[in-house]
Structures are given as structure tokens and as C-alpha cells.
Design a protein around this ligand. Structure first.
Ligand code: ZN
Length: 144
């Protein structure tokens, strides 16, 4: 286990416009605000979800799109450092008109209908994403 100690900084409540791209908008926002670490949560609705699943055996990503109107049941994420830049990592569970759930890692291409986002900046030992042999992913390694 790797532990990084941080404290809350600024808190932002964001209302995202219809038609905007959830992932691109969050990435741009943290860059503009010079946020190095944060927790993110959101709820609302999207017109389509562009998602990613990580195959743990093949150690590769599988991208897919749920091209329908969806409620965001729960959206959660964080910001940490990857290759020296702030990196937004977001997952969400979605519900369709029949109450079925879909979900995954949020890619570019997730189109907002209406979303309410809370971003809590964290200040302190910013986790850095480093290559990890066991998972094939870039996971939280060094601090500071
Ligand atoms: Zn992910």
C-alpha cells in the first residue's frame, strides 16, 4: 500500500452544458485551475457514454460506446500526476430507461445532457502514476 497525505483545498461546483464532452471538459478545467490532485464526484445525465474496460488477463483496454440517453447513477474520480501533468481518472455507473445499469472508465466522447460536478482540490503529496508490472497499468507510486 502506498499512502499519500493531502488536505482539502478549494471546492468547485460545476454545472456542465448540454453537448459538452465530460472528459475533455474536466481535463481542461483542472489544467486551467492548476489543480494537481483532487477528488471528483458527479451526477446527472448523458446523451451517450464512451467507456473503457481493462481486461486484466490480456492487460489491454477494450473501448465501447453506450449510444443512448442515460442517467448517471454514480460518478467518481480523481486527479493525480501522470507524465508530469495533471491526469483526470473517472468512472461512472449509468442507468437506462428500463433500470439496467452500465458502466466503466470514462473516455473522451461522453456527451453531457446535464451534469452537476463537485471537484475538491487536494494539496500535499500528489500521487504520481508510474508503470506497474503486475497490472500493466500506471498506478500511484511516488509522492511529493
Ligand atoms: Zn479507470
Amino acid at each position: 500500500m502506498r499512502s499519500h497525505q493531502l488536505s482539502p483545498g478549494r471546492t468547485f461546483l460545476l454545472g456542465l452544458e448540454t453537448g459538452s464532452d465530460l472528459y475533455l471538459l474536466l481535463s481542461r478545467f483542472v489544467e486551467e485551475q492548476q489543480i494537481e490532485a483532487a477528488t471528483i464526484s458527479f451526477l446527472g445525465a448523458v446523451r451517450r457514454a464512451s467507456l473503457r474496460y481493462y481486461d486484466q488477463t490480456a492487460k489491454e483496454y477494450r473501448d465501447f460506446v453506450i449510444d443512448r440517453h442515460l442517467e448517471v447513477l454514480s460518478g467518481t474520480g480523481n486527479v493525480s500526476s501522470k507524465d508530469g501533468r495533471p491526469f483526470v481518472h473517472v468512472h461512472a455507473a449509468f442507468g437506462d430507461a428500463d433500470g439496467r445499469a452500465w458502466g466503466g472508465h470514462i473516455n473522451e466522447g461522453t456527451e453531457v445532457f446535464a451534469l452537476e460536478v463537485t471537484v475538491v482540490e487536494l494539496i500535499g503529496e500528489v500521487p504520481m502514476r508510474l508503470p506497474d508490472e503486475d497490472t500493466g497499468l500506471q498506478v500511484w507510486g511516488g509522492g511529493g
